[in-house]
Design a protein around this ligand. Structure first.
Ligand code: SF4
Length: 508
């Protein structure tokens, strides 16, 4: 057995120096010196050291969904039509107490292609695309607006892409004003936008601030120059540092950063300094995504050599090192792939088991209906998921013809809703309370999920999950394999025809 896992230095604390109220420790290792900031010595003691045996990696490394939805997108069908989706919007707005709303707006344009990208994007250098696209967004927004019950408010709005700051500041200002004129926003609504530090100006930030935005989320992925060159995304540390300072100077204190592990040319050694630099930049939240290599779906991923992608052992070492670095610096590990400061509302929600996850990420906004506006956007309304058409030309023509641009979707069955709830509890709050599920869905948990519990015997024996008479609890080690722990509850897995292209990326 070849053990891999955390390779950070042993826990004997070296001399500490104090800086800015935090304790800074310098560690000498065979990889050089690693400096760590700790919020308190107690925090250091609470850091778990995860060791993942190689043979365990081999057993659990398989293709599997990320479960941003259940049922997952490959189960959605084109027979679910715009008419059915519109009827669900009407039904949910006629309920006695409709839930609050979340909005997602998709801006598909980017100036250049990052080769790892899995988003639905259009490469262009012509900002003139933005105005006609915004006009189509407004038209679609008005169809939702016409169906909305009086008094219903938007509590969360996220603008993603693509690169929303592909738009010039004046275009962005018109877009934001247009949405604010069409939807009623709650006074404390969370308004956030993805920003690419390479193409975001202080003018963009001023527009966001003037329109009430309180959170910006920026892609970084990896500061290593070799990795950046390989994935065609040159974004020096200094540029990002200065950009974050510009955000803070305008009062944006809620800064999120995205990292990706598993990128080509990444190694456990090379990723350590990236994480240290991120810690020094002090973001409120960090997303650490597992790179999804799906070149049959994203041909740009063929632009680098597959052999440069780190193998399962190296990826897990990067992951476990990173968990240790961030938790040692005082961040809480949230759900599947996020970190947040202890006083962040996501951390508090995880403690209370009230954390939620939708297509925009982790949220404390419970039970919202999500209206996704724009090309390829996904909506989650009542008992349905629906996705807009993914091609810009088709989106444009459909909206111009006065039709909803729904491409596919699904209406959840009673079984889907039950499994969605269990998978969500596992992935988000890391615990399933059997009694609560039994009460809500009128089932006997152990009987209904006998097959799933049988499949979980192996992970249980591997100490990935604890199962007793009342609860299922994901262990610290189990978080590394959390997608594998959700898969036994997925009723659709294994239904793919032999010889078909894989639908999902690797779980490890
Ligand atoms: S900027 Fe973001 S959306 Fe655009 S190609 Fe790069 S990763 Fe994809």
């Amino acid at each position: 057995m070849f053990p891999v896992g955390v390779r950070l230095p042993p826990s004997a604390p070296p001399p500490a120096a104090t800086r800015g109220g935090l304790t800074r420790r310098a560690y000498s290792t065979d990889r050089g010196t690693i400096a760590r900031r700790l919020f308190s010595p107690v925090q250091e003691l609470s850091v778990s050291r995860l060791f993942v045996p190689h043979e365990m990696l081999v057993r659990y490394d398989q293709a599997g969904p990320r479960y941003t939805s259940y049922p997952t997108a490959p189960q959605w069908t084109e027979t679910f039509a715009a008419r059915e989706f519109r009827a669900e919007i009407e039904r949910t707005n006629q309920q006695a107490n409709p839930p609050p709303l979340a909005l997602y707006t998709h801006i598909p344009f980017c100036e250049s292609m990052c080769f790892y990208c899995g988003c639905n994007i259009i490469i262009s250098g012509d900002t003139d695309h933005a105005d006609p696209y915004a006009a189509h967004l407004f038209r679609e927004a008005e169809w939702y607006q016409a169906l909305m019950a009086k008094g219903r408010q938007v509590v969360q709005w996220h603008i993603g892409g693509g690169s929303p700051t592909f738009m010039r500041p004046d275009q962005l200002d018109r877009l934001l004003a247009g949405f604010r004129a069409r939807f009623p926003f709650a006074p404390d609504a969370e308004l956030s936008m993805e920003v690419d530090p390479r193409i975001t100006s202080t003018g963009h930030l001023d527009v966001l601030k003037a329109n009430g935005f309180n959170r910006v989320s920026m892609g970084i992925q990896d500061f290593d120059a070799e990795v950046q060159k390989t994935v065609n995304r040159i974004q020096p540390y200094e540029l990002t540092r200065d950009f974050m300072a510009a955000c803070r100077a305008r009062g944006f204190n809620e800064l999120n950063v995205d990292l990706i592990y598993g990128l080509p040319k990444q190694t456990p050694e090379s990723f350590l300094p990236t994480v240290e630099k991120i810690i020094s930049l002090d973001p409120a939240r960090i997303a650490l995504f597992n790179y999804a290599h799906v070149p049959w779906m994203r041909p740009f991923q063929r632009r680098f050599d597959e052999h440069d992608i780190p193998g399962g052992d190296a990826k897990v070492t990067i992951l476990t090192n990173t968990i240790e670095q961030f938790t040692a610096a005082g961040y809480r590990y949230i759900g599947m792939d996020h970190f947040a400061k202890p006083d962040d509302e996501l951390s508090r929600a995880q403690e209370d088991h009230t954390l939620h996850r939708n297509f925009m990420g982790y949220t404390t906004k419970a039970n919202t209906d999500l209206y996704g506006i724009g090309v390829s956007s996904i909506s989650e309304v009542g008992d349905c998921y629906a996705q807009n058409t993914r091609k810009l030309s088709a989106y444009t023509h459909t909206v111009e013809a006065g039709e909803w641009p729904t491409m596919r979707g699904i209406r959840l069955s009673a079984d889907d809703k039950l499994r969605k709830r269990v998978i969500s509890d596992l992935l988000v709050n890391l615990v399933v309370d059997k009694a609560k599920v039994e009460e809500e869905f009128a089932i006997a948990f152990d009987t209904y999920f006998a097959a799933a519990l049988e499949k979980l015997k192996e992970p249980q024996a591997d100490a990935l999950i604890e199962i007793d008479a009342t609860h299922l609890r994901v262990t610290e080690l189990g978080r590394v394999f959390i997608r594998n722990l959700a898969m036994p509850f997925d009723a659709y897995l294994g239904q793919q025809a032999d010889g078909a292209k894989p639908m999902y990326s690797r779980t490890v």
